[in-house]
Design a binder for this molecule. Structure first.
Ligand code: TYD
Length: 239
């Protein structure tokens, strides 16, 4: 399975492999990831699975502070390597505090973004390349690989426009007054095209782990595809 072979898929504090399933969802900003994450969590719960839903950057008290710093438009002139280091600081804490304990207890961890986001956004978008990202993942995160990654593939222009609209609405308080999480949405079309290209390269490199879903249609259709993948990969029964 390439990089996600059993010997590579280790945690520092757990037997190899840990008993729980680790599922990640990836995609461009505004691809509809949050909706699918909620629908998938509901589906897994309905099949009696104990699911821990979490996200990156964030997922811990410290990680949420790092998230604020990373996503706030008031964070100016952050160097690409500093950004990379902060993503990994959040992730290392998240692994130790949330992901590894849950997997060790046999729970299913459903994570909104993980290391593929770093390879796509910092490696591709910021042009740091995949090698430093993968090297840091080995050193700082024990090279833990998800059992399954859903990559929601969408059009760059439509997704980014949707993310910008959503964040604009939140910032105006129409959505209950959300945080300013716009820093990445201000990037150029070229940036997001590189992010998408890097995601596609990961999917090609690791087809056993990464399943690409067409996320251009209605949410119900995207969910139908994801539910089918779960049925095949996790052997879920029909409900
Ligand atoms: P998220 O809240 O998932 O944004 P959205 O709901 O718009 O998809 O993610 C926050 C942003 O952080 C997103 O623009 C992608 C970026 N990001 C990275 O650049 N590198 C990373 O390693 C992670 C986890 C996220």
């Amino acid at each position: 399975m390439g990089d996600s072979s059993t010997s590579e898929r280790r945690c520092y504090d757990l037997p190899v492999p840990p008993p729980g399933k680790f599922i990640t969802i990836e995609g461009l900003d505004g691809c509809g990831k949050s909706t699918q994450l909620t629908m998938l969590a509901t589906l897994l719960h309905a099949h009696g699975m104990e699911v821990v839903v979490t996200r990156e950057p964030g997922g811990t008290v410290m990680g949420e502070k790092i998230r604020k710093l990373l996503l706030d438009t008031a964070t100016l002139n952050l160097s690409p390597f500093a950004e990379l280091a902060l993503m990994f600081a959040s992730r290392a804490q998240h692994l130790k505090e949330v992901i590894e304990p849950a997997l060790g207890q046999g729970k299913t961890v459903l994570c909104d973004r993980f290391a593929d986001s770093t390879e796509a956004y910092q490696g591709g978008g910021r042009k740091l390349g995949s090698d430093p990202v993968r090297a840091l993942h080995r050193v700082l995160c024990g090279n833990l690989q998800p059992d399954l990654t859903i990559l929601m593939d969408s059009d760059v222009a439509a997704s980014v426009e949707r993310a910008r609209q959503r964040n604009f609405t939140r910032a105006r308080g129409n959505d209950g007054g959300g945080p300013d999480e716009n820093r990445f949405e201000q990037e150029s079309r070229g940036f997001f095209t590189r992010v998408r290209d890097a995601y596609c390269a990961i999917a090609e490199r690791e087809p056993h782990r990464v399943v690409v879903v067409n996320a251009r249609g209605p949410a119900s259709e995207t969910h139908r595809q994801i539910a089918l993948i779960m049925k095949q990969k996790l052997k879920l029964s029909e409900r």
